[in-house]
Write a protein that binds this ligand. Sequence first.
Ligand code: ATP
Length: 666
Amino acid sequence: MKKILIISFGEHTGLSIKAQLKDILGDKFEIINLSVDDSFDYCLYTDLVIFSSEEVRDICLLTVDKEFDFIVLKRVIRHECIDEILKIRENKDVLVVNDTEESCKEVINQLKKQGIDHVKYYQYYPGISEYKETDVAITPGESHLVPNGIKRVIDISARRMDVTSLIEVLMKLNCIEEYGSLVSSYFYRDMINISKKYINMYQETNRLKEILTNILDNQKNGIIYTDIENRVFVLNEEAINLLNISRQDIIGKDIYTIFKELKEDIISINNREVLVSKEKIKSNNFYSGNMIVLNEVKHIHKIDDELRKKERSKENYARYTFDDMVGDSKSVTKSIDLAKKVAKTNSTVLIQGETGTGKEVLAQAIHNESERKDYPFIAINFAAIPENLIESELFGYEEGAFTGAKKGGKIGLFKKAHKGTIFLDEIGDASLYLQSRLLRVLQEREITPVGSTETIPIDIRVIAATNKELFEEVKLKNFREDLYYRLNVMPIYSIPLRNRKEDIKLLLKYYLSKVTKNNDLSSFFTEDAIRLLEDYNWPGNIRELVNVVEYVSTIKEIGIKIDINDLPKYIVELINKNGNKDIFEAKLSLEQDLDEKELWVLRKIYKYEGIGRRTLSIISYEEGYDIGEGRIRSIMKKLRLYGYIDINKGLKGTKILKKGIERVNL
Ligand SMILES: Nc1ncnc2c1ncn2[C@@H]1O[C@H](COP(=O)(O)OP(=O)(O)OP(=O)(O)O)[C@@H](O)[C@H]1O
């Protein structure tokens, strides 16, 4: 059996050459591999000695003075490993890692010879005293030698024999006839693989190009991509359409032959208003081109419009319509007819009326009957939000406008209401300072966020409401006269329940069917109870009536009608004592309606409007009342039932009502 000896710097290289030879020659030859550091004299008389490189040959021949047959291999970097190296940025420092200095040099030479010379190579091998600090390394199968700190290692595995070297080996061994065809198919296979790879890449690139073109062409915005020299590289259909230019006429052209300058601005292009913006594109952290976006202003308005319509579906939504307004009485019918007419206009509305008469319901119904119904309905209660917060709630603020301001700023309620309706509830409670701010908004129809100098135009309909006699407040100089007249363009009065007694039965029926699904009053109440409820003056108006219905439906037992004694005690006592006259003067009877703890809670709500159950409970412990959160909840329910407070979620919070204030001040 013929023998072949392979000599290389490292064992790894020798083993790889051996494997390649075996792949072609099979087991017909005995193949030994040794390193230059081994003693190889004893086996030099083989049929052929193969040096893995010229450097190896030179070292070996220096130490040996025998004649023997040898060849020096030419080796090449495997094609499948080249792509990764080609992806490295030009002029990047790259470490070439191998087991010895010579083998490092060999790989570097080889890379350069094969034309891969766009990067700067530096050697690294075990024992090197100093080496270039970088974050990319290339190694021919010696990844374990790569020093720490390298982020990307490209393993090109051991280089393979060049075809000419293989033919030389076969000729020296005298077996070219036998193995020639095998060699050609061995290398041919390689070429087929390369071709396959490039065909796949080509197909993939075409597919990606097609996807990219589809994505770009389906954009509503015009998009133009330029290279770093501002030459147009690609653009989509919408850009072609907006610029009214053919693709061929613009590709490769300097973008500044089309646009004088490219700063974010609205410009007119072929009689269309277009918002132009330019952004630098980075690829692997390097500036690689620019993207110019052309956005037709009418599209922006459309998106804004859609967003605002969506906004409506959240908390900024008006639930009530005129269909929800129960009432047959002449006064109510007249008031609803007027409100329906007002709804069709864009005028500011001022709704005045006692608490609980349905001012907010009316405001929502007007909004839903108006052309603004698909846009937000934003309500803000001037009596429920602390004075220092109202300004930023209404007008929003810029980032960093004050300590504690949210990052990115905040959109004010006026801006949120754009295109819709803003409901300024309890406007009579607005401070004089806020009144002057509001006056400006109503006059100028623009807002200035807190901490900003920029004004934002707004298109809103204003509906204000109050349970104060606003004109009296003007006379007392608590309310600005000019603002009063600005608001009082369309005055509507919300009628107290005691002035529309014929609606009481209707309302009882309506809410009974809502709460119990039963709309037969006579099977629910005794006649006396109904009469008493009709006689009652309802100082808390419809809200109080709703609470009473909720109360009686909770305590009602099956088969037993609600009688006078089942009604809330305070109603019965007031009726007995006063024959339904001068209800608010019946202070004595009221004194017994709340126990000490209940009164304490009412007082705290009066003092700290908007206060929550949890805080109330904590304060109660501090002040020695020891009232748990659960008990506070039931006390609050009772206070609401008695018409002393109104419990709202969100911005409004818990609010003391007129009747509650009177009770506290007894
Ligand atoms: N016409 C109506 N028909 C049926 N229910 C009504 C009607 N008007 C008001 N309500 C009901 O009465 C209650 C109080 O209404 P709303 O909050 O609109 O009164 P308000 O006058 O705004 O009160 P406040 O001045 O205390 O804010 C709500 O539960 C509402 O559903």
